[in-house]
Every structure is written in structure tokens, then in C-alpha cells.
Ligand binder design. Sequence first.
Ligand SMILES: Cc1cc2nc3c(=O)[nH]c(=O)nc-3n(C[C@H](O)[C@H](O)[C@H](O)COP(=O)(O)OP(=O)(O)OC[C@H]3O[C@@H](n4cnc5c(N)ncnc54)[C@H](O)[C@@H]3O)c2cc1C
Length: 228
Amino acid sequence: MKLKLAARKTESPGVESFIFKPQEPLVWKAGQFLHYVLNHSSTDDRGSDRWFTIASAPYERHVMITTRFDSKRSSTFKKTLKALKPGDTIEVSDLDGDFIVSDPKKEYIFIAGGIGVTPFRSILKQAEHEGKKLRVKLIYANRKTVAAYQKEFEAMARRNRNLKIHYLFSPQRIDKQTIKELVPDLKKPFFYVSGPEPMVEAIGKMLQQIGVPKRRIKQDWFPGYPAE
Ligand SMILES: Cc1cc2nc3c(=O)[nH]c(=O)nc-3n(C[C@H](O)[C@H](O)[C@H](O)COP(=O)(O)OP(=O)(O)OC[C@H]3O[C@@H](n4cnc5c(N)ncnc54)[C@H](O)[C@@H]3O)c2cc1C
């Protein structure tokens, strides 16, 4: 299926969203991802396809990709994405992913490393749209003090007192101490961790070391980025 670029916006320094209109109806669950192909000349060794979370919520009806651009060296895929103009198309397929919230009554800890925040935007926006006041503590680690979707999250937290947001800006890090302080009962909530692959791997191990049962941890790995 093809998606047509409708708009783009800057979310935070170096982070941009691309809003596409599907050419056919597309049904997905908040937190899922798609496979995208952007054919371009002089393709580097990373190739012409990528996976991206659908950062928009299903009710929004458009597909939004939010991604980070490296200030020094972008892949040829990202350069091509950045150069897209309204009306240009991208090929998508293979909707997939189980990083979704199936029980809105449970308690959740969402842990985002930088751009790993994308599925959480989709999940939180959709839940709010459906009138579900999810019980979520979002722990959002970012290198810079201006982070993607900050205003949207804060607005949602004002409307839902069960939604708490804790930012950790560099050099603060997500470590055992921070988790123990923010989560008094480690055995109760479900932990969803999303971000660069090395970070998600490390946090998954760390959560188990401090006593979070493995079956309560869900991970969404973004390859291609170094640890935050
Ligand atoms: C299920 C899933 C969901 C995902 N969702 C998202 C999402 O919502 N948002 C998102 O941004 N990403 C997401 N990703 C990751 C995405 O697919 C890319 O891997 C990631 O954005 C990195 O993109 P890039 O390879 O174009 O590198 P870039 O972003 O251009 O660069 C990343 C780093 O790699 C270095 N680099 C760039 N090109 C090369 C090269 N040719 N060789 C060696 N090093 C290079 C850069 O210097 C930089 O440090 C997801 C991945 C998966 C599997």
C-alpha cells in the first residue's frame, strides 16, 4: 500500500514527524509498526527499507512516523525521508507488533529512551480518545531537555490524574535506584520498555535484577541507534 505525505512537523531539536494519508483504509492497534520502503539512488549499506512505529493513534486515521535525524551522519534512507515533499509517496506493508495494551484496567510503567517514546504516544492518545483513564507512569529519558510530544503528554496528564510523567534528562539515567524510587511495588505493574536496542536490552536485565518478574516486562527494540 502507498501512503501520501500530507504534512510534517518538528517535535523537538532533531526530531521530526511525517504525517501520511493512507491510499486505502488501514486498521491497526495503538503501538504497532509498519515496514516502509523508500527507493532511492546511491543507497548506503543500511538499504532502502525500515521499520517504524505508527506514532499516531488509530482514531487519528493518518500514519505518523516520528524519527530522529543524526546531526552529523544520516543514512541515505533518512536523507531521502527528510527530502520528501507533500504529495510524495512511501510504500508500506507488514503491519505487526504486540507492544499494545490489551487490558486497560492494569497498572503500567512505560519506560522510553528518546525516540522510543513513539508507541507510547499512540497508546496514550488512543486510550484517551476511548475515554479510558489508563493508570500509567511514563518514565521518559532524553538527552535534551526538550523532548518529543512533551506538550501533548502534559495536556493528557492534566486530563487524566492516573497518568504521571517523569522526565530524566541527560546526564540523569534510568538506573535501579530511580526505578525503585518511582515504583514502590515492583511486582504489581506491567513494564513496557521502548528505545534504542542496547538501552532496552540493558533495562530489561536491570528490571529482572531488582525483582520484576520477566512475564511482566514487554520490550520494543529500535535497532540502528546507539544507546542513549
Ligand atoms: C519495530 C520497530 C519500530 C521502530 N520504530 C521507530 C520509530 O518510531 N522511530 C525511529 O526513529 N526509529 C524506529 N525504529 C528504528 C528504525 O527502523 C531505524 O533503524 C532507526 O531510525 C535508525 O535509522 P537509520 O538506520 O536510517 O540511521 P540514522 O538515524 O540515519 O543514524 C543512526 C545512527 O547510525 C549512524 N549511521 C547512519 N548511517 C549509517 C551507516 N550507513 N552505517 C553505519 N552507521 C550509520 C549515524 O551516525 C547515527 O549515529 C524502529 C525499529 C523497529 C524494528
